[in-house]
Structure formats: C-alpha cells, structure tokens
Ligand binder design. Structure first.
Ligand code: PLP
Length: 388
C-alpha cells in the first residue's frame, strides 16, 4: 500500500459515533469514576483525544514510535532543548532557522549550553566539530533560504559513533518526501505551521522520536512545561495532513518549473533549488528524498535591495509574507525580513545576498505563476531605465 493511502486510512473513524472526521474534544478536564479511574484521560494539558490522534498520525507518517504536539514549531524545538543539561554542546547547521538561532543563543546559552555552527552540507565538518560534550546534532535539510542539503544517513553515523542524538528539522521536506528516522536520525521536528497544516491558517509544532523511551521523556516535558497544541489546531493539522501527499507532489512539480524558468532568465544570477542538476548536493537530495520541495530562492544580476524590493512588490499572485508551505504562493526578501538582524557581512557570507528572494511556490496553475514572475522581473528593468 502506498504511503498516501496508508496515511488517509490511518486517520481513525470515531468509534463512539462513526464520525468520519476526527472529533474535536474541546474540554479542559475528564470526569472520573473514582480517583485515578478514568477512560484514559484526566486533564487536557496531559492528554486530549484530538491531540493524541494527531500525535499517532505524525508518529506513523515519520516512521517513529512517539509523536508529541506543541503549540508552535519553536515550542517543539524548545521541548527538545530541555532534554539537555548545563555543559552540554550542540553541533548545528550554520544556515539554521533564525528563530532556532535566537532560542539557542539568547535563551539557552545563559544556561550553559554551547552551540557550534558548521556547514553540515560537508559531513567532515560535523565530524570535526563534535566533542565529547556534544549531546545533540541539529540539522535542517533543505535549509532556508539557500536550500543547503546535508547527508542525513552519513551524519547519523557520526551521531551514533559519538553517542549523541541527531535531530532533523524536517519542515521543508515534510514526511511526504523525506523520513529522517528511517535514515538513522533519532528525533524529527516540524513547524506544522508549514506543509503539514498546509493552508496558512495555524501555528503548530510536532516532534517524533524513533525510541519510545526518548519520546516519553519529551512527552514528560510537554506536560511539565505545558506548551501543548489546542484541540482545534490539532484538528486543523489532521485535516491538512489528509491531503499532504497530493499537495506536496504539486508544490514540487510547480517549483521545478519555476526553478528552471528562473535559471534561464537574463535578470537572474543564481538559482537555489535541490532539484536542479547544478545544485552542489543534488545527488544527496535525490538519494534521501523522493522530491525536492516547494521552495525556490534566487538572486538577481542587479544585486541590490532596491531591485529585490521592486520584485517582491510587483508580484500579484506571490503575496509578500513570511512563512511558507501553504496553498497560496508567497514571496519574501530575507535580507530585509527574516535575516534583517544578522550583520551584513555575516549574512552575505552565508549566501543571503542583498537581492536574494525566496519563493514558496503554491498550488496555483504554474503558467500563471511564471507569468507573474516574468512581469515582476521585467518591472526591475523598467525601474532601472526610469531611475537612470
Ligand atoms: C525550518 C523551521 N523550523 C521551525 C520553525 C518555527 O516554527 P513556528 O513558526 O511554527 O514556531 C520555522 C518557522 O518558520 C521554520 O521555518
């Protein structure tokens, strides 16, 4: 049976009523017959049937044993960091999501947790960065906005040899394309706000572990610290996940057409997309994922913020907004949005040049998206002529 069929039928029918849609148990507490005698639930921070269904679905989707749902992707990352102790070290991908970087440096550093950032697209860098204090290796693959790819299987071997956990933020690929636990990772996290939810209408985070005991430790943290996902948002994620494979397939198909179009356009300098043969880790992307995702980044020959701003304010279908992974196409300018607080030199060295633009390619007809991009690119040329 295919993964898509399996997923659709892993979403249970309600045993009590036969409802085909998972019921939303909007309750704070559960009546008990006698102290400690209940129907499996006592208080909704500790456990809620709607959330529990989502946790089972994501565990199965990621080929893991325990799923844990948090109130946001960052709360999920925070839940994992709480496994560590003062003096522990993390080796993390240098192109890490900005919110994770802020959490690591501005919250956890003062508790004595040190993070060593390296370019994980070269396995030897990870091998060299690991010390005997390293407890966790943190990957994103692909990364944002430069779509770097790291070899999960090879890095899992480094983690195993050094007795530390490998955690993969699988937000950009989604389990429809890539299952890090099957490649040797210990923990997967998601900003379910993105492809899993899929409709830009919620904020949610998910964690899945391979090992049951480790999963139970994270469940303990979820209850002890309380950053749970609400029943309604759990239901929204379940509803999004039902169409995950279908949506992701179309995101990938559209993104490839967009990337190929951009590669040939005279106003475009570099295109970042793991599906292009000239991407430096294209072969690794092909080996570990069944598709290349819906995010495409590119820089302009006129490498200025002004040119990029002209583009991002000229598209009609690509809406200017942070976030990604929804039905509607989005465009963002990392240098003046997500990466604004990073010092210029550091930002440029990481490949986030002044004109770099990130597209979250949505589910519109791809011909319409190409026309929209073509129009926005031509507006840069017109602006230049007008300002000379
Ligand atoms: C790769 C990645 N991980 C984690 C997060 C954090 O997720 P959330 O915004 O749901 O807290 C984001 C948000 O953009 C992200 O892009």
């Amino acid at each position: 049976m295919s993964n898509a069929t399996q997923l659709i039928h892993s979403i249970p029918v309600d045993e009590l009523t036969g409802a085909i849609s998972v019921p939303i148990y909007q309750t704070s507490t559960f009546v008990q017959e006698a102290p400690g005698i209940n129907k499996g639930y006592d208080y909704a921070r500790t456990g809620n049937p709607t959330r529990a269904t989502l946790e089972q679905i994501i565990a199965q989707l990621e080929n893991g044993s325990v799923g844990v749902a948090f109130g946001s992707g960052l709360a999920a990352i925070d839940g994992i960091l709480k496994l560590l102790q003062s003096g522990d070290e993390i080796v993390a991908v240098d192109d890490i999501y900005g919110g994770a970087f802020r959490l690591f440096t501005q919250v956890y550093q003062k508790f004595g947790i040190k993070v060593n950032y390296v370019d994980t697209s070269k396995v030897e860098n990870v091998f060299e960065a690991v010390t005997e204090k390293t407890k966790l290796i943190w990957l994103e693959t692909p990364t944002s906005p430069t779509l770097k790819i790291s070899d999960i299987q090879a890095i899992a071997k480094v983690a195993k040899a050094n007795r530390c956990w490998l955690c993969v933020d699988n937000t950009f690929a989604s389990p429809a394309l890539q299952q890090p636990l099957s490649l040797g990772a210990d923990i997967v996290i998601h900003s379910a706000t993105k492809y899993l939810g899929g409709h830009s209408d919620l904020i949610a985070g998910l964690v899945v572990t391979k090992d049951k005991e480790l999963g139970n430790q994270i469940k303990f943290i979820q209850n002890a610290c309380g950053a749970i996902l609400s029943p309604f948002d759990s239901w929204l994620v379940i509803r999004g996940v039902e169409t995950l494979h279908l949506r992701v397939r179309q995101h990938c198909a559209n993104a490839l057409v967009v990337a190929e179009f951009l590669s040939k356009h005279p106003a475009v300098d570099k295109v970042y997309y793991p599906g292009l043969k000239d991407h430096n880790n294209h072969e690794i992307a092909k080996k570990q994922s069944s598709g290349f995702g819906g995010i495409v980044s590119f820089s302009l020959k006129e490498d200025t913020e002004a040119a990029a701003h002209q583009f991002v304010t000229s598209t009609q279908l690509f809406k200017l907004a942070e976030s990604l992974g929804g039905v509607k196409s989005l465009v963002s300018h990392p240098a003046s949005m997500t990466h604004k607080t990073i010092p210029e030199e550091k930002r440029r060295a990481a490949g986030v040049t002044d004109s770099l633009i990130r597209l979250s390619v949505g589910l519109e007809e791809v011909e319409d998206l190409i026309r929209d991009i073509e129009h926005a690119l031509s507006s840069i040329k017109i602006r230049k002529i007008q300002t000379v």
